[in-house]
Design a protein around this ligand. Structure first.
Ligand code: GDP
Length: 309
């Protein structure tokens, strides 16, 4: 993950080692290298600009100190700024004061929402919660069954419209695609209240691209369930497109946090480094594989240390 970015950044900072004092030219040269490394990693341009400006500003003030030589101080600054663009403090999931806590998942089709629903359910169960998964992705054939499978693997209950009981029917072989996802979401919350599940995870439909109907549907579900957290699920492998996709979801649905998926396949790191600054919302979790356990809370400081080797 992020090998090339990591190599380039550590390389840029290595050049400073052994210098007792840093000249303006040294700092400029290092910043140039860092800038190139970030641009090659597909980090959004405004994020790169702001990042470099902050490093330059702070590096100018570096003086020889007893504890750290100038090069070490610049490394420290770069590390702190990296932690900053990744979100600073670890942002924990917000739970409702009165259960059930409602978590809605939104994102493009294929971003990993359904898989995430299972991962999140397992993670919550491991902490003693009783999650209920609610199947509101009624667009994609097989999405409901897929959620039932991940729910079973995670040991979590799944609330889904029963085949054949939906409005619609007709040329709808599964009998579910015509059901109203907003109604399903509402009934799912009722079910959680009745059966005392303490967290509800609402899986919603995604399209391959941004689409007005998709946004309207997700906004309708949001209004119906009033989520404590709306998590925008972002496939880190989509690179530069991550920024426009995130902005579209921010405008169309709004979200309180980001989950980065497929970090295991993201060689560059651009989405991870851009999304917080571009959307203003923190990254809460990261997915690093297809299995239920390939998932963890996102820690900006650990990620920054990893990037800087
Ligand atoms: P959805 O359409 O948003 O519900 O996406 P899915 O959950 O169906 O995921 C789409 C594909 O991505 C599936 O083949 C998943 O197994 C895969 N996937 C999901 N998360 C990850 C991840 O973190 N890493 C990898 N390598 N694959 C993932």
């Amino acid at each position: 993950m992020f090998e090339s970015l990591s190599d380039r950044l550590t390389g840029a900072l290595k050049d400073l080692r052994g210098k007792g004092r840093l000249s303006g030219a040294d700092i400029d040269a290092t910043c140039r290298e860092i800038r190139l490394a970030l641009l090659e990693a597909d980090v959004a341009l405004p994020v790169v600009r702001a990042f470099i400006a902050r490093i330059k500003e702070r590096a100018k003030g570096v003086e020889v100190s007893a504890a750290l030589n100038p090069a070490q101080q610049v490394v420290k600054i770069v590390n702190e700024e990296l932690v900053g663009i990744l979100g600073g403090e670890t942002r924990r999931l917000a739970f409702a004061k009165t259960p059930p806590t409602v978590i809605m998942l939104a994102g493009l089709q294929g971003s990993g929402k359904t898989t995430l629903a299972g991962k999140l359910a397992k993670w919550l169960r491991d902490q003693g919660h009783t999650p209920l998964l609610v199947a509101c992705d009624l667009q994609r054939p097989g999405a409901v069954t897929q959620l039932q499978i991940v729910g079973e693997r995670a040991g979590a209950a799944v609330f889904a419209p029963h085949p054949g009981t939906s409005i619609g029917g007709g040329d709808n072989p599964l009998g579910i695609t015509a059901a109203d996802p907003v109604e399903v979401a509402r009934s799912g919350i009722d079910e959680a209240r009745t059966k005392q599940y303490d967290v509800v995870i609402v899986d919603t439909a995604g399209r391959l691209g941004i689409d007005a109907d998709l946004m309207a549907q997700a906004a309708g579900i949001r209004d119906a369930v009033d989520p404590d957290e709306t998590l925008f699920v972002l496939d880190a492998m989509i690179g530069q497109d991550a920024v426009s996709t995130a902005e579209a979801f921010r405008e169309g649905v709004g979200f309180t946090g980001v989950v980065l998926t497929k970090l295991d396949g993201d060689a560059r790191g651009g989405a991870a480094l851009s999304v917080r600054e571009v959307t203003g919302q923190p990254i809460l979790f990261a997915s690093t594989g297809e299995k239920l356990e390939d998932f963890d809370v996102f820690h900006p400081d650990r990620m920054a240390s990893r990037i800087l080797g």
